[in-house]
Design a protein around this ligand. Structure first.
Ligand code: PGA
Length: 253
């Protein structure tokens, strides 16, 4: 399976800054085309910079642009929200749903994440569904229960035929996001095996072809070790993706 290395730029970068980082990334990828061949690089800029990044990536094989969120309606009176068609129009082909900052800072429910996932897929976007437990949930022995709840709700309204080739899951333990604490190989390996098993029970055999990404304090120094684990088909990188050189080191890890 081709490894997916994704950059979540969160609420960072103006249009000019995004263009500059994307252009630097394209030069770094072009300089190492053979190593880049086994990678799909997805960048999720803030909404305002999607068109800039998509423009820089146009014609660069193995790259894609995504959005960090989406609203599950075609259009309407939803102030502040953005539809799949608007994202596609700006050049996004992927979207994140259920990122832990949306769940825990913005209060998104499992049910809303499920509606977003289903609607974005229906409207032709590829979806990267994020799941993961908080420290309190892990310490209370609820890892499997949390993953079951988030995954089941995440794909609740999706026909499994829609998933092949356009769906990925990112496992991001909340306690490892932006904290410098990365899940150790054992923790990450165990969680990824669980995600695969639960996903299989939700959507059937397509689960085996669904890329599973690890996220949470991924850095150039730990990327290769994480990518070598069973059931880790890619990485979702926040802080270390903001600089093109650091992100390229992760891409080529
Ligand atoms: P981090 O963020 O790499 O800065 O921990 C990852 C994410 O939130 O997707």
């Amino acid at each position: 399976m081709q490894k997916i290395i994704a950059a979540n730029w969160k609420m960072f970068k103006t249009r000019a800054e995004a263009r500059e980082t994307a252009a630097a990334l394209v030069s770094l990828l072009a300089a190492r085309q053979e190593d880049a061949a086994g990678r799909l690089v997805i960048v999720y800029p803030p909404f305002t910079a999607i068109a800039e990044v998509a423009d820089v990536f146009a014609g660069m094989a193995g790259t894609a642009t995504g959005a960090q969120d989406v609203y599950p309606a075609e259009e309407g009176a939803f102030t502040g929200e953005i539809s799949p068609r608007m994202l596609a129009d700006a050049g996004a082909t992927w979207v994140l749903t259920g990122h832990s900052e949306r769940r825990h800072v913005l209060g998104e429910s499992d049910e809303l994440v499920g509606r977003k996932t289903a609607f974005a897929l229906e409207q032709g976007l590829s979806v990267m569904l994020c799941v993961g437990e908080t420290l309190a949930e892990r310490e209370a022995g609820q890892l499997a229960a949390v993953l079951e709840r988030q995954l089941a709700a995440g794909v609740a309204n999706v026909a499994s035929e829609r998933l092949a080739g356009r769906f990925a899951v990112a496992y991001e333990p909340v306690w490892a996001i932006g904290t410098g604490k990365v899940a150790g190989p054992e923790e990450a390996g165990e969680a990824h095996a669980l995600v695969r098993q639960i996903l299989r029970s939700c959507v059937g055999p397509v689960a085996d072809e669904t890329p599973l990404l690890y996220g949470g304090s991924v850095k150039p120094a730990n990327a290769a070790g994480l990518l070598a684990l069973d059931n880790v088909d890619g990485l979702l990188v926040g802080g270390a993706s903001l600089d093109a050189n650091s992100f390229a080191q992760i891409i080529f890890a």
